[in-house]
Design a protein around this ligand. Sequence first.
Ligand code: FE2
Length: 275
Amino acid sequence: MGQGEPNGDLIRSIREMLGACDDGLSDLDSHRDLVFLNLEEEIRRYQSVIHGALQALAEAVDAKDAYTHGHSTRVSAYAKHLGRDLGLSPGELETLAFGALLHDVGKIGMPETILNKPGALTREEFEIVKEHPVRGSEILASIPDLREAERIVRHHHERIDGSGYPDCLSDRSIPIHAKLVAVVDTFDAITTNRIYRRAKSADHALRIMLEAAEGQLDLELVLRFERLWNLGEMHPILEDNLREGAGASGVVEREQAPAGCGALECDHGLLDIVD
Ligand SMILES: [Fe+2]
């Protein structure tokens, strides 16, 4: 073999080395695919466990009040529809759904005698009820994945005019997702039975909400919700509740806000009707 001529052995060796590299790379590829598959499966399993636990927690809260069966689940379902219409990303929608599902989780330690009281609440009782957004946000603050949802829980009773609680935030200071939950929470509270009030129709609820929008609810969100409601896609959420007949009997019309208090100061939602 002269100088500059290809060395057959060398070429063979290089080919073998390249072949081994190819095999190694394809092994690596399939190994990586397997790792990703396992990871995705683990994440799905983790999410399903978390979701199940949070759903159970929300149901435990609703079960404390004989009249709020399914309330948190419906609020979450309405919130997802409205959030999707707003163009929220999948991640934002998930946060919104969890925040809506757990908005009243702070009621978990609250006396049932207050939650199920058919008559007007005293000022002291109402002060206890008003603690639930902060209690709820404290529960969620300990779960890193739910930090964003925690803001929804804390602020779902703030009002546009700043007369809400716990932080008296007004309009632009209130997180948009909390404003959204306030709208759907109000709708569900009016359209389902409470121990102190019978359910009203959806049309009636939307009328009250539009009247209240100026000071309490975000008008644009109420109008958006009304348009969505009129499209009909959300009707099954309410119809399922009516079929189950949740809290259908024993309603006592509660007098308005606690004695000695103005409605804005004392009710824990919209004119004493929101949870
Ligand atoms: Fe609440």
